[in-house]
Design a protein around this ligand. Structure first.
Ligand SMILES: Cc1cc2nc3c(=O)[nH]c(=O)nc-3n(C[C@H](O)[C@H](O)[C@H](O)COP(=O)(O)O)c2cc1C
Length: 357
């Protein structure tokens, strides 16, 4: 019988419980992506609140793309010492911290300088207006930036890294037939569309060692015309597993998903975690741990998920924005559901719950 507070091992990392703070853009880095005191205090609050593993907000691996103000970054070695301060702070509370690595690609609509990379560029597509179709040389530069980001993360004391391969950011767009119309070895079949990510995972594992946790957040489906399908997601996960991935977090959706089928959905007291069935089926077919995200609010029922399926970890984003201390509250015996009402008004330059203002 598994419990939510089992100590588990993920590659070389020991976790004190099965709860994960899913990657959340907190908007507290400075204009160039550097660490601020506010960001450190924010992560300290989360770690104090009892969550076993914290995944940071999306962190840009290159400054060739314009840095979105507030978004974290790790594009050169000057970040190592400042992140060490952040990871040391989190480790005081026996929590683990994983850095989420990203290239925004054409998802970054605030661009007014820098590159705006896309797998393909085609007519009449507003979401890639102004983007450049990546050459193979660009792909190499981008892949090296991910590898360098992971190496820096390890030096800075992060317990692992997570590749952002979901939600329509650059790596996710390579997987989506609608966005990826390439005719070279990076387009076409799912093997070709996944190649860019598989190569990054292989190179990161080679650089940081097999014990160092390398995770990915992927879409179970894009929920759009010409989107990544669930069958293709399973193929992708198997390829990443073979390449040395340590665990996969199952999300879904892009900005073009059908109404109600996006990444961040309305949650009601009756609704189930909305990607649970996808995560459960993937967990049946993979040997690496699966993390389920999306709509988890009620601790009652979570034990059933980890016992009745092979899902190992449970990840939340919005609930921790309202209640960074949520896990300690549940541990203390107050097992009422997360207070988050899923209004999603937490988005802003700085991420904040309207009830905490
Ligand atoms: C304010 C906000 C910021 C987010 N930032 C990120 C991010 O940086 N990286 C990421 O992979 N997902 C991000 N997400 C998506 C969440 O990690 C999560 O997948 C989604 O909100 C569903 O989980 P929930 O129902 O627990 O909120 C963000 C969501 C919100 C609401």
């Amino acid at each position: 019988m598994k419990t939510l507070f089992d100590e588990t091992q993920l590659s070389g990392m020991k976790l004190k419980n099965r709860f994960v703070r899913s990657a959340t853009h907190d908007g507290m880095a400075d204009a160039l992506g550097h660490v601020t005191e506010k960001l450190i205090t924010h992560f300290e609050e989360l770690a104090k609140g009892g969550v076993g593993t914290i995944i940071t907000g999306l962190t840009n691996v290159t400054d060739l793309e314009k840095i979105v103000p507030g978004q974290m970054a790790i594009y050169n070695d000057s970040f190592i010492d400042e992140y060490q301060k952040l990871t040391d702070t989190v480790h005081q509370y026996d929590s683990k911290i994983i850095l989420q690595l990203v290239c925004n690609g054409a998802q970054n609509r605030s661009r007014n300088e820098g590159v705006l990379w896309a797998p393909s560029v085609f007519d009449n597509e507003p979401t890639i207006a102004g983007a450049t179709e990546m050459t193979k040389e660009d792909i190499k530069v981008m892949q090296a930036a991910f590898v360098n980001g992971a190496v820096r993360a390890k030096k800075a004391g992060f317990d692992g890294v997570q590749l952002h391969v979901a939600h329509g950011y650059l790596l996710s767009r390579f997987l989506t037939p609608y966005y990826n119309r390439r005719t070279d070895e990076y387009g076409g079949t799912i093997e070709n569309r996944a190649r860019v990510v598989v190569e990054i995972v292989e190179r990161i594992v080679k650089s940081v060692g097999e014990e160092y946790p390398v995770l990915a957040k992927v879409n179970c489906e894009d929920f759009m015309e010409q989107g990544l399908t669930f069958t293709e997601c399973l193929d992708l996960c198997k390829m990443l597993q073979k390449a040395g991935l340590s665990a996969v977090e199952i999300s879904g959706g892009t900005a073009l998903s059908r109404a109600g089928e996006g990444t961040i959905r309305k949650v009601t007291p009756e609704s189930e975690p909305y990607f649970k069935n996808y995560a459960a089926e993937l967990a049946e077919n993979l040997s690496i741990p699966v993390i389920c995200v999306g709509g988890i609010r009620d601790i009652n029922g979570l034990e059933d998920i980890v016992n009745q399926t092979k899902i190992e970890y449970l990840s939340m984003c919005r609930p921790f924005i309202r209640e960074p201390e949520l896990i300690n509250r549940w541990v203390s015996g107050d097992r009422t559901p997360a207070k988050c009402i899923s209004c999603t008004k937490c988005f802003g330059v700085e991420t904040q719950c309207i009830f905490n203002k």
